[in-house]
Design a protein around this ligand. Sequence first.
Ligand code: FMN
Length: 161
Amino acid sequence: MVDESPEKTEKTLLVVHHTSSPATRELLEAVLAGARDPEITGVVVRSVPALHATPVDVLSADGYIFGTSANFGYMSGALKHFFDTVYYPCLDAVAGRPYGLWVHGNNDTAGAAKSVQKITVGLELAQSAQIVEVIGPIDAADRESCYELGATIAVTVAGDL
Ligand SMILES: Cc1cc2nc3c(=O)[nH]c(=O)nc-3n(C[C@H](O)[C@H](O)[C@H](O)COP(=O)(O)O)c2cc1C
């Protein structure tokens, strides 16, 4: 019998972010620019605000980048809501998929980064780039780090083709 299911030729990279200010918007734009670098082919990049992302978005993607502000030493409530929503529907289905993370704060991002890592360990996602932690005003080096983050995860996702 001939398998008539359409061949999947493109992978999907899902960027789930809480972007609450011009500074955090700048970081998101840099991540997206890196992920959409024209030299990286075979990857569709979807950017979805954390309050709108669904289990279907997660299940239908091949890799992830999460972005959040640090709030009270934790990830933003919006990203926490995202993980609360998708965790059990996606558990066991996403193991081994690559992910990256950026965090922006004004004084200490360590707790926020750790809070995301705890959940990604539970989901068995594979951290595939160094976590980008940015404190205070955004400079060119921060934009570059975010660009690299986007490009690294996109290349990793494409490499699984
Ligand atoms: C309620 C609240 C809690 C915050 N908690 C932290 C925190 O624990 N650590 C930190 O580095 N920044 C904290 N911040 C600062 C935010 O991370 C920061 O405002 C956000 O990343 C956006 O950056 P911007 O204000 O420079 O645009 C907090 C901000 C708010 C509003």
